[in-house]
Structure formats: structure tokens, C-alpha cells
Design a protein around this ligand. Structure first.
Ligand code: 6PG
Length: 244
């Protein structure tokens, strides 16, 4: 397992406080450079954050013309489908704030098959980055958001999947999801997700307490394998936080 940076755990009182803390971290990250890149996540955990970003005062603090929005994984469905991660981000904030269209980088889930979409997204990421190889000294992303699945998966990297061991590809098609919704997926790999100044896991419900404690205690689950070239932070509601 890669252990580039030791995880920090930040505990907050509840889900609204988690959304605010995540918004503050995001705004801090995107304020630092001219062109910034944020990698979004799906599921329910980031939804409070996404809603906040469309509201004042947060909305006014994001330099929308300078931030590029990617997604760490998506379900292989049209963006209009309720299951689409990028579709959800668009509905909750990107459309509402009128983020410049050229700054939103969805996975082409209208490609013929997930692996085709993965190749296209890898090309998009390489074009944005300006090189074919990731340089640890020059991360691809400023912030990567991550969620934790009930089985310990993160992005669409499921337990026992060969995708967990990928070291050269940036993006992969996943024919079979390990958990609901059982639709094919496209996911960034660990090395691509790790190429970030900060990786921020969001854990906003008490039902994640058991799986979170397994991940943090070192069990070989996908979320435990996630690493970051920069900071690795777990933002967790108190009800899910491990005993100290
Ligand atoms: C997806 C996600 C996935 C998610 C976890 C947690 O597309 O399903 O990106 O990795 O983050 O399953 O999901 P919840 O936030 O809904 O618990």
C-alpha cells in the first residue's frame, strides 16, 4: 500500500457543519492558484456541500471562471439520469451558479461502452494536465473529494477489483459495480486520484462508523489504499468518528 501522507481526521458536530467545513476547505484551495482543478465525488455525502456552494456567502467566494470541475467516478448513465454523479453536481450547484461550460469536465457516459469513456476521460485529463505522466511535484488536482461506501469502496474502486492494483492508467471502465446501483462505472485510479494537493473524504452519517473504523485501523479495504501526494483528510461527523 502507498502511504504518501498520514491521514488527518477532522471531526465535526453534524452534517451541516461538515458541509460548511468542506466548503471552507474547497474555497481555501481554489483561492491559491490561477487555474485550479477540483475532482468531485458522487453519492449522498457531498450533496450538502454542493448545495452550499450555490448559496451565499459561499457562492460569492468561489472564483468560478478559474475553477475546473472533474469527477472521480461516474455511473455509466446519461447525465439526465438521477444516478449520474456529474448530473447531480450540475443540478445542485454548477448549473445554478452558471459555472462556465468549458470548466465542467464530465465523463462521456454517452460513449459506446465504459472502457471507451475511460480512454476519452484519460485523454481529457492528460490534455488539461499537459503531460502523459503525473509528476508528484506538480499535482493534477488541487482538491479531490471522496466518499466511503458501506463495503469500504471509494470512487468506483470496489473490494477485490483488479482496478485496485492499476498503476499506469489514469481512468478505467468498471463493467460490474460491487454495490448498488449496479450499473457499469468509469473511475479514476488510485494514482490519478492521489495526484492532488488535498484529498478530502466526506463521512456524514452515523451508519458509516463501523466501516470507517475498519478503514482507519488499517484493514485492506479500497478506501484504506487511497493516498495523496498532498494532504489526506477525513472529515467526519462525530456520530461516525472512531473512539479516541
Ligand atoms: C459513487 C461514488 C461512491 C460514493 C460512495 C459513498 O458513484 O457511487 O462516487 O464512491 O462516494 O458509495 O456514497 P454515499 O455518499 O451515498 O454513502
Amino acid at each position: 500500500m502507498e502511504t504518501k501522507s498520514k491521514p488527518k481526521i477532522a471531526v465535526v458536530d453534524n452534517a451541516p457543519a461538515l458541509a460548511e467545513a468542506a466548503a471552507r476547505r474547497l474555497i481555501e484551495r481554489v483561492a491559491r492558484t490561477d487555474r485550479t482543478a477540483v475532482c468531485l465525488t458522487g453519492g449522498s455525502s457531498p450533496q450538502g456541500l454542493y448545495r452550499l456552494l450555490a448559496e451565499d456567502p459561499w457562492r460569492g467566494e468561489v472564483p468560478w471562471d478559474r475553477v475546473h470541475w472533474f469527477v472521480g467516478d461516474d455511473r455509466f448513465v446519461p447525465e439526465t439520469d438521477a444516478l449520474s454523479n456529474m448530473g447531480m453536481a450540475r443540478r445542485l450547484f454548477l448549473d445554478r451558479v452558471r459555472a462556465p461550460l468549458q470548466n465542467v469536465h464530465p465523463i462521456a457516459t454517452d460513449a459506446n461502452y465504459p472502457e471507451g469513456a475511460a480512454r476519452l476521460y484519460e485523454d481529457d485529463l492528460k490534455a488539461f494536465y499537459g503531460a502523459d505522466r503525473l509528476d508528484p511535484a506538480r499535482p493534477l488536482f488541487d482538491l479531490v473529494l471522496m466518499g466511503l461506501g458501506g463495503d469500504g469502496h471509494t470512487a468506483s474502486l470496489f473490494p477485490n477489483s483488479p482496478a485496485l492494483n492499476e498503476t499506469s492508467r489514469w481512468v478505467l471502465g468498471i463493467a460490474k459495480a460491487g454495490m448498488e446501483p449496479f450499473v457499469p462505472r468509469v473511475t479514476l485510479t488510485f494514482p490519478a486520484l492521489a495526484s492532488t494537493r488535498e484529498m478530502l473524504f466526506l463521512v456524514d452519517t452515523a451508519d458509516k462508523r463501523g466501516i470507517l473504523s475498519r478503514v482507519l485501523s488499517g484493514e485492506d479495504l479500497p478506501a484504506h489504499r487511497a493516498y495523496a501526494e498532498g494532504d489526506l483528510v477525513w472529515l467526519v461527523v462525530r456520530a461516525a468518528a472512531p473512539e479516541v
